[in-house]
Ligand binder design. Structure first.
Ligand code: FES
Length: 128
């Protein structure tokens, strides 16, 4: 079973979903994995009810971080800002479906950290 999840992670790493950047997003945020320096940046457009209409992310990272954020962004359309902030880490770990070691935990949760930052309305400069 783990094998299936591993293949899925590799697939998301090679062809991440929602990869790129929205013009004039309503919310955006970026952050870094302090252990490796990899960073991710997320842009979100909200609909008239302040729910996620579109989301994209970019940045660099390992297979786990890229796949986790790719899978996470597939699940965000329709969520309110409050719901974004309240997404538990287990949600992302369940999407990944494999055991994540303590050292890779920051990789797995980088995207969630960035999405929560965006939901909180934090802003950060993004250097090309
Ligand atoms: Fe950098 Fe995983 S090694 S995000």
């Amino acid at each position: 079973m783990e094998e299936l999840y591993r293949e899925q992670i590799l697939e998301h790493y090679k062809r991440p979903h929602n990869f790129g950047r929205l013009d004039d997003p309503d919310l955006e945020f970026e952050d870094t994995n302090p252990f490796c320096g990899d960073e991710q940046h997320v842009t979100i457009r909200l609909d008239d009810d302040d729910r996620v209409a579109e989301v994209m992310f970019e940045g660099k990272g390992c297979a786990i971080s890229t796949a986790a954020t790719s899978m996470l962004t597939d699940e965000l359309v329709g969520k309110s800002r409050d719901e974004l902030i309240l997404i538990p880490r287990e949600f992302v770990l369940d999407l990944l479906g494999i055991d994540i070691s303590a050292t890779r935990m920051k990789c797995a949760l980088l995207g969630l950290k960035v999405v929560k930052g965006a939901g909180l309305g934090k802003t950060a400069e993004w250097d090309e």
